[in-house]
Design a protein around this ligand. Structure first.
Ligand code: GLU
Ligand code: ZN
Length: 278
C-alpha cells in the first residue's frame, strides 16, 4: 500500500502546546499507511534547545504520535543545506550582504506578502568581503529571469493558488548566525523526505511561493499543500506560547488523558477552520 507522506515539523523553542497538537492531528489525518513524519526544525541555535527537543518528542509519544520514519533533526544536516547554497551560489543566484536589521528598517520601502520588509537591495551590486560571516541573499531578479516569477501550487481543498514570488524581494537563504535559513531547509527536507502533502498552519501560506521557487531552482518535485486555519485567542489574535496557549504538560498535570488532549485539538481545528470560512 502506497503511503501518503505528510509531516509535522515543530521548532523546539518551548514545550508542546495545543496549537502544535492541532498541526500534528491535521498532518496525521492526511497521511496514509505510515506516512506521518515528525521533523525537528532546530537550525536556530539561539532559540532552539536540546532540552525542548527531548520534551517535544516525549510529549508527542505520550499523545501517541509516532513518526513513520526516523525523526529528522535539521541541526544534523547543515552540510546538505550548505551544498544547496553552494549550487545556487555557483549559478550566480546568491550575493553576500552585511546590512544590519537597523539598516534594512531604515531603507526598506515595501512589505513582502508574509509581512516582512522587502530588502532594499543595498548590497546587490557592491563588493562585500566574505572573510567574515555574511548573510546570503537570493538575487530574485536573476532567479525569476531563469524560471519565471508566477508560482503555482495546489491546496488539497481544491484551491489552485498563484502568486508572484518577486514581491518577496531578495530573501535570505543563508543567515549570518546559522549559515542557513528556514526556507532553504524546509524545501530541501520536504524533498529528501519525499513529502506528498506539506501540512502546516496558515501562517506559512504565503511563504509557499518561496518554497515553490526553490523547488524549481533546485530541481525538486512539487508536493501538494494543506494549510490549516490557526487557533485564535479569544481576542482574535494568533495563539502563541507567549499568549499562554496551554502546554500539553500542564494539561497532563490537570489530569487530561492523551485521547482527551487529541480530542481537544481536533475540535479546536474544526472550530478554527469553520471560523476561517465565514
Ligand atoms: N518549524 C516551523 C514552525 O514550527 C514549521 C515549518 C513548516 O511546517 O513548514 O513554525
Ligand atoms: Zn545588504
Amino acid at each position: 500500500m502506497t503511503p501518503i507522506r505528510t509531516r509535522f515539523a515543530p521548532s523546539p523553542t518551548g514545550f508542546l502546546h495545543l496549537g502544535h497538537v492541532v498541526s500534528a492531528v491535521h498532518a496525521q489525518d492526511l497521511s496514509r499507511n505510515g506516512g506521518f513524519i515528525i521533523r525537528i526544525e532546530d537550525i536556530d541555535k539561539q532559540r532552539c534547545t536540546p532540552a525542548f527537543t527531548t520534551a517535544l518528542i516525549a510529549d508527542l509519544m505520550w499523545l501517541g504520535f509516532t513518526s513513520g520514519h526516523p525523526i529528522r533533526q535539521q541541526s544534523s544536516h547543515f552540510g546538505e543545506y550548505e551544498t544547496c547554497l553552494e549550487l545556487l551560489r555557483r549559478r550566480g543566484l546568491l550575493y553576500p550582504c552585511t546590512c544590519s536589521r537597523q539598516d534594512i528598517a531604515t531603507h526598506a520601502r515595501l512589505k513582502a506578502p508574509d509581512g516582512s520588509l522587502v530588502y532594499p537591495g543595498t548590497c546587490r551590486h557592491r563588493p562585500v568581503p566574505t572573510d567574515r560571516p555574511v548573510t546570503w541573499r537570493l538575487n530574485m531578479a536573476a532567479a525569476t529571469a531563469e524560471v519565471g516569477s508566477r508560482m503555482h501550487w495546489q491546496e488539497i481543498d481544491g484551491n489552485r493558488v498563484e502568486r508572484d514570488v518577486s514581491n518577496f524581494g531578495d530573501i535570505v537563504l543563508g543567515r549570518r548566525d546559522s549559515g542557513v535559513s528556514y526556507h532553504l531547509c524546509v524545501t530541501h527536507d520536504d524533498h529528501v523526505q519525499d513529502i506528498d502533502i506539506v501540512t502546516r498552519g496558515r501562517d506559512l501560506f504565503e511563504a509557499t511561493a518561496i518554497h515553490r521557487l526553490l523547488q524549481i531552482l533546485l530541481g525538486y518535485r512539487k508536493p501538494r499543500y494543506a494549510h490549516h486555519a490557526l487557533l485564535m485567542a479569544p481576542d482574535g489574535r494568533k495563539l502563541s506560547k507567549r499568549d499562554g496557549s496551554e502546554s500539553v504538560r500542564s494539561m497532563k498535570s490537570r489530569g487530561m488523558t492523551p485521547s482527551e488532549v487529541r480530542a481537544a485539538a481536533r475540535s479546536a481545528l474544526i472550530r478554527a477552520d469553520r471560523s476561517a470560512d465565514t
